[in-house]
Design a protein around this ligand. Structure first.
Ligand SMILES: Nc1ncnc2c1ncn2[C@@H]1O[C@H](COP(=O)(O)OP(=O)(O)OP(=O)(O)O)[C@@H](O)[C@H]1O
Length: 576
């Protein structure tokens, strides 16, 4: 958040941009105070004084009918500036909810709304508004509303794209894991990411609307002929350009300066926010429904003390030719209560996909095609999204690789913890804060009160990961899935986080699934380990057995490539 505010400040500090802002504020205030600043009636005619140049009575001169140009400019500008807000408001009202839903839900909602927007883009806006003018007897408000509907597609696209990008942010996944409802995730975690691009787009849209309304009044449409308007003043000036070119100067300057200023501010805002947008993917959060195993044979049930059983899990992504490409193939393992289970393998072997499948979070377009994930006997892959939300966070927690990215930059640590604790434990805010502070103490924060008051950008990587672990523990889950929890940290901090996980496991019999490619970490913390290669689980056993006497050549190569393992250091460690 701070970085985007900094970018915004930097953008607004450019001389051209702040001069534009001063102009826009100045002209708006002047128009609002028109009757005070320009006391001459804008409709008052004085034919004996037509086309007078600037002077003491008429500061900017008078027009063909001797009307005061300064007064007409200010009175005309007010109506224009206000009316231009109507189409922008209509666009926002229609496109913000639509774009949020399309970007977040994707699937048919996205397809249908994009289709409607494509139709809007295909319509010739001016022709439609002219037809509406004819049908409604030149009703300005109806024309403005219609223009807002016709131009809402641009706002929709901005909101949809920003939402889809924000939907992929790790802290949104974390919020999903933590059982927050969709409306809450949209309002609290996604909307703040959409606001910046939305404001920028709204300013650009306002500028276009402003010009459009001026063009309409130039054509004699929209504003009534009795009301002064900049378009009408431009038309009067154009009709007398040969003889009285001065007439064009005040209105031409006011129009050009206002549109230029709006564009400069809008573009500066767009640049500022686009520099801070994250790469966009169009996700499909619809959870894939796994197929029933083809052989129809009931897979083995869980062992009596198994907390989590992954049974013949199969996950596919579409290949380049459109056919399924299996990235997790028939993977099975079990986690016993209080056990730390390591999932290792080289990059791309399918570890993260396996872990995310457990939480029902395989990213689009991946899908679980078969298998079971039994949490204390209940198959999570058979649950619907609402049921899954109840499981995530309260029964299974997730600690992601990038601790910073897993925290919402818009809220303090305390507020994020309070929210999760209130949600999972159904306690009041004050009690939630007490639990939050005790959780922060539990994850080793020396000054929990100070940390609770900080924003994520004020935390170091190690502290942020401790906070992420505290968040994952806020629902008191039975199982914690930690995906490379130390990969983004430096070596000393890695050791601290490993110590913390060990401490938590001893203190509360936490069952931990640790995804890592670091066999050193596995040696330090895991009771058992499974090795993945090319989507398959090729070897599984106690950490001691797998690391000291690997059965597979692949595992031997992995072990040999990890210099700080006890096997290399004279087998000093006592295992188990
Ligand atoms: N969004 C995606 N679209 C297509 N293929 C994907 C996507 N995400 C992962 N894959 C593929 O799935 C396979 C397994 O990836 P996964 O991230 O699970 O591996 P990993 O072992 O966790 O690797 P790493 O340690 O690098 O995270 C890889 O071949 C990867 O290319």
């Amino acid at each position: 958040m701070t970085s985007s505010i900094t970018a915004l400040r930097r953008a607004l500090a450019r001389p051209a941009v702040w001069v534009s802002l001063i102009w826009l504020i100045g002209i708006s205030v002047a128009c609002a105070l028109a009757s005070v600043l320009a006391p001459i009636d804008p409709l008052e005619q004085d034919l004996s004084n037509s086309f007078s140049g600037p002077g003491a009575r008429h500061w900017l001169g008078s027009d063909e009918l001797g009307r005061d140009i300064f007064s007409r400019l200010l009175h005309g500008g007010g109506g224009l500036l206000l009316t231009a807000l109507i189409p922008v408001g209509v666009s926002l009202l229609l496109a913000v909810p639509g774009g949020l839903l399309a970007g977040y839900l994707s699937g048919w909602v996205d397809t249908a709304s994009t289709f409607v927007v494509d139709i809007l883009f295909a319509l010739p806006g001016l022709v439609v508004v002219l037809a509406i003018a004819a049908v409604t007897d030149n009703n300005l408000i109806v024309m403005a509303i219609s223009f807002g509907v016709l131009t809402s597609g641009a706002v929709f696209r901005v909101v949809r794209t920003s939402t889809a990008a924000a939907r992929e942010l790790p802290y949104v996944d974390a919020a999903l894991v933590s059982r927050l409802s969709r409306p809450r995730i949209l309002a609290r975690h996604i909307l703040p990411n959409v606001t910046g691009p939305l404001i920028a787009q709204a300013v650009v849209q306002y500028s276009g609307t402003f010009l459009f309304l001026t063009s309409l009044s130039f054509l004699g449409l929209g504003f009534s002929p009795e009301t002064p308007s900049w378009g009408q003043m431009t038309l009067d000036a154009a009709n007398n350009l040969d003889q009285h070119p001065w007439l064009m100067v005040p209105v031409g300057f006011a129009l050009t300066a206002t549109v230029l200023a709006l564009n400069l501010v809008g573009n500066a805002l767009l640049e500022a926010v686009s520099g801070h947008r994250r790469p966009s993917q169009l996700p499909d959060p619809r959870r894939p429904v796994p197929d029933v195993p083809a052989d129809g044979v009931a897979p083995p049930g869980p062992a009596s003390d198994a907390v989590l059983t992954v049974d013949r899990l199969h996950v596919c992504y579409p290949g380049q030719d459109g056919s399924d490409r299996a990235v997790v193939r028939d993977v099975s393992f079990q986690l016993q209560r209080g056990e730390v289970f390591g999932l290792v393998g080289e990059s791309g072997s399918g570890k993260t996909t396996t872990a995310l499948s457990i939480l029902g979070l395989v990213p689009h377009p991946g899908r679980v095609t078969s298998g079971r994930v039994l949490l204390r006997g209940e198959d999570l892959l058979r649950l619907n999204e609402a049921q899954l939300r109840k499981v995530r966070g309260s029964r299974i927690g997730l600690v992601a690789q990038e601790p910073m990215a897993a925290l919402d930059p818009f809220f303090t640590v305390g507020s994020q913890l309070d929210e999760m604790i209130c949600l999972h434990r159904r306690v009041r805010r004050r009690e939630a804060r007490r639990i939050a502070l005790s959780l922060l103490t539990r994850v080793g924060m020396p000054d929990p009160v100070a940390v609770a008051g900080r924003y994520p950008h004020q935390l170091s990587g190690g502290i942020a990961q401790r906070v992420a672990i505290a968040l994952a523990l806020s629902g008191e889950p039975d199982v914690l899935v930690a995906d490379e929890p130390t990969a983004a940290l430096d070596v000393t901090v890695q050791a601290e986080i490993i110590d913390l996980l060990l401490h938590l496991r001893e203190e509360s019999s936490l069952t931990l699934l640790l995804v890592t490619h670091d066999l050193g970490v596995v040696a330090d913390i895991c009771d058992r380990v499974a090795v993945m290669s090319d989507g398959r689980l090729i070897e599984e056993g106690t950490t001691e057995a797998v690391l000291l006497s690997p059965a597979q050549e692949y595992t031997r190569t992995l072990v040999a490539a990890t210099p700080r393992l006890p096997v290399e250091a004279g087998q000093e460690r006592s295992w188990g």
